[in-house]
Ligand binder design. Structure first.
Ligand code: HPA
Length: 275
């Protein structure tokens, strides 16, 4: 049995018969949404055989199976990051587990810096596209044909219909939702002011150290993707204070309230009326 199959079998055995339709990945400081999941079974990553673990403060490290907005979901409360030394194989196990459990789409959240003056800490920015500035691609190596093609498309990687639905719901419930291009970097150091100026010229609206590998793998195996950045700070050089991980968590919590509402209502709407 492969590691991947062992992981999926173990998870399935924890909530027999349950099939999630949506995978939800919660970023730094956004874990509280996990507490709103109903009929939940919580499975610590540490108990899942061969499952990748996160060492970052603010990440709980558990998988939650249950319903949110009546939608059956599998929620990753915590994720792995490239800057922790995670290998491509860890990212693949993480995302493909959601696919093999039955998910059709993933909602990915993260903490990001804003490169746009009018979108500040505590606000939400939906990701419309990304620039992979990590210069790494998690699919380098032999292609695993059972998951997807050798060369897969990355246009419309962030599903246009899901984006429209999220905008419609945000408008309806009065939550400001910006939209922009995500610059994916490796970290772990924050950027220099010169880098931030350069990334702005390259077309980025927000920046962070996650999401890109997950989206590449999700699209490879045919999962639809929606991603929302919770803005925790302005890019370096755009604000007076220096960046800290604590600041990221603080503003993440402020954005988390709106993010929780937006995601819950959107799942509810998708459950009623799929798109
Ligand atoms: N840069 C990179 N990653 C981040 C930032 C940032 O400004 N804020 C939150 N994650």
């Amino acid at each position: 049995m492969t590691e991947q199959n062992a992981i999926v079998d173990y998870i399935k055995s924890q909530k027999p018969g349950f099939i999630p339709r949506v995978g939800l990945v919660l970023g730094s400081g956004l874990g509280s949404l996990g507490d709103e999941i109903k009929d939940s079974v919580k499975i610590p990553f540490s108990t899942i055989p061969a499952f990748p673990k996160s060492s970052v403060a603010g990440h709980k490290g558990q998988l939650i199976l249950g319903t949110l907005g009546n939608m059956p979901i599998a929620c990753m409360q915590g994720r792995v990051h490239g800057y922790e030394g995670a290998e491509s194989s860890a990212f693949k196990l993480f995302i493909r587990t959601l696919k093999l459990l039955g998910c059709e789409m993933v909602f990915i959240t993260n903490a990001s810096g804003s490169l746009r003056q009018e979108v500040g800490p505590g606000q939400l920015m939906m990701i419309s596209d990304h620039v992979n500035f990590s210069h790494r691609n998690p699919l380098i190596g032999m292609n695993e044909d059972e998951f997807g093609e050798r060369f897969h498309a990355m246009d419309n990687a962030y599903d246009p219909q899901l984006r429209k639905r999220l905008h419609d719901i945000a408008k309806k419930i009065n939550i400001p939702l910006a939209e922009g291009v995500y610059m994916g970097v490796t970290g772990p150091s924050f950027e220099t002011p010169a880098e931030i100026r350069a990334y702005k010229l390259l077309g980025a609206d927000c920046i962070g150290m996650s999401t890109v590998p997950e989206v590449i793998i999700a699209r490879h195996c045919g999962l639809r993707v929606a991603a929302i950045a919770s803005i925790t700070n302005f890019g370096v050089g755009m604000q007076e204070e220096s960046l800290t991980h604590e600041g990221t968590l603080h503003y993440g919590q402020i954005a988390a309230k709106n993010l929780s509402k937006l995601i819950t209502e959107t799942l509810e709407s998708l459950h009623r009326e799929p798109c």
